[in-house]
Every structure is written in C-alpha cells, then in structure tokens.
Write a protein that binds this ligand. Sequence first.
Ligand code: SF4
Length: 311
Amino acid sequence: MSFISIENLTTRYNTSKGLVHALEDVTFAIDKGESIGIAGESACGKSTLGLSIIQMISNGKIYSGKIQFDGQSLLDIPDDEFDKKIRWKEISMVFQGAMSSLDPVFSIQEQFDEVLKQHNFEGDSKQSIIQSLNSVNLDESVLKKFPHELSGGMKQRVIIAMALILKPKFVIADEPTTALDVLIQAQIVNLFKKLKKDGQSFMIISHDLAVLSEVAEKIGIMYGGRMVEFGDSEEIFLEPKHPYTKGLLESIPVLSKDTKPKFIPGIPPNLVNPSEGCKFYDRCPEAMEKCKKDPPKIKTKTGYVSCWLYE
Ligand code: SF4
C-alpha cells in the first residue's frame, strides 16, 4: 500500500467572480520514505494541493476525491479529530514566505511555545524545541531572538524546525527556497537532503525544477489546476512527455550548452468556470482538434501523462 495516495482530488474556491477550479482530478501516489516535488507556474494549483492535504482550505472546499495517508482516509476524518490527531502531528506544513510567517513582536521561543500549546504537547517542550532546532543546524541561542535579528536562511530554518517539532511523518513545504539568495537556497536544499536521509518524507512545492531534482524521487507537474504529468524524477527530467513539461525544462538555462533558454508564450488559463478540454491548448505547439476535450491519463513507465499525443 502506498504511503500517500491521492485520487481524483478536486478543490474549488468561491470568489466574487465565480467558482475557481483550482485543483481538478489530481491523482498520484508515493511510497514510504519517498518525497514528491510539485512544479508548475504561479496559480497552477500547487499550494492548493498542499492545503487540501492538510485541510486548510479557506473560501472553498474539497469537492471530490480521496486522500489515503498511512492507511487512513483523511477526508473521512471529522474536522476536530483531524485537528487533534493529524494536523501538525502526522502532517505539517512549511508555509510560503518565511519572512512573513514569523510574528515580528514575539521571540522565537514564544512562537515555538505557541505551536506546542496549540497542539497540547505533553512532553519536555524545551528538549523538543532544542532537538528540532538542532535538526535544522541551529542551536538554542536563537530562542531569545526576535525574527528581525535572524538572517533569511535562519528564519526559514526556524519555520522548518516548527513544522518538524511534533515529528510528523509527512511535511509539505511550500516554496521553501523562494526569495532566498542562491547560497541560502543551497543551504536549505542540503538541509532537506539531510532530513530525508534521517527518514523524513516531504512534498516540496516549487517553481524551481533544479531544487526538486535534488530532493524528490517523484515529480508532479501541474498546469491549470491539473497534474499533467507524474512519475519518477529521472523519467520526468530525462524523458519528459507533456508539451508543458518539455517547455518548463527548456526554460532552464544550461551553462554547459550554447542553446538559449526558451520561454513558453502565452498566459496561464483563467480557472474561473473554465471550459472543457486541455488547459494548455492555447499555448501548446502540438494542439489538435481533439484537445478541445479533456485528455485522458495515459500510463508511462513510472506514472502517467495527461495528453492526447500519447493516446
Ligand atoms: Fe497539447 Fe493537446 Fe497534449 Fe494538451 S492534449 S498538451 S493541447 S497536445
């Protein structure tokens, strides 16, 4: 049995402009000890996927689908039980934007204490906080400090330590390296590698494929609220199939080659009451008449691709 298996997950938001189809029919599975990287451009549904798993959707709801996690069906667990037993204890989240996730008027110690209080922690809190800080290569000296006294990389480490403090089995990290300079990005990537070696499983959400290639065994490519390609990292990077995945990979500069990075012309689709058919249709260089209908998921070596080219 898979450690996490998501089937046909569909989440929509109610807005003044209409129903936003943020996540449609998303399916994937990973095994114990594996991590998954979720890639795609802004507003493609990456964060909504993470928020749906940890069930923190506001202004919207999960319409259909299944989320199996370590033998439990998460969508069948009542809200209050989910909060007591699953959220933060079994699945936690590193929210986007470490710079704004910490409260500037409280010390780091107070912010850790708040997390433990919210989750009725009963063990040795001081010991747990220190252990958690050590796991991200920080020591207890940061506890007396306020967020403005820490560098960007230290703040991101503190946020990751908070997500790890109750020893969850699965951590969702939303854009953990965005807005950090390249040296700090490298430190955070190395930190994820170290935590993975220690047995931690992650979902890392990023628009940066290079980061995902370093830390994830599985990759899911999202476009227009759909997972358009899923599979082993090696297959996605070496044998990409979906035209959007190919476009994403071609947009990465390769220093050892003479070729210039390409860009994908056009703009992302409007997800308010979208019409039927492949959401990449308007931007796809290989679009055909039949792409005006929703493409099926076609099995690949290690996952699937959702595109009529492979029917
Ligand atoms: Fe392009 Fe058609 Fe495949 Fe969509 S289904 S990516 S439009 S070829």
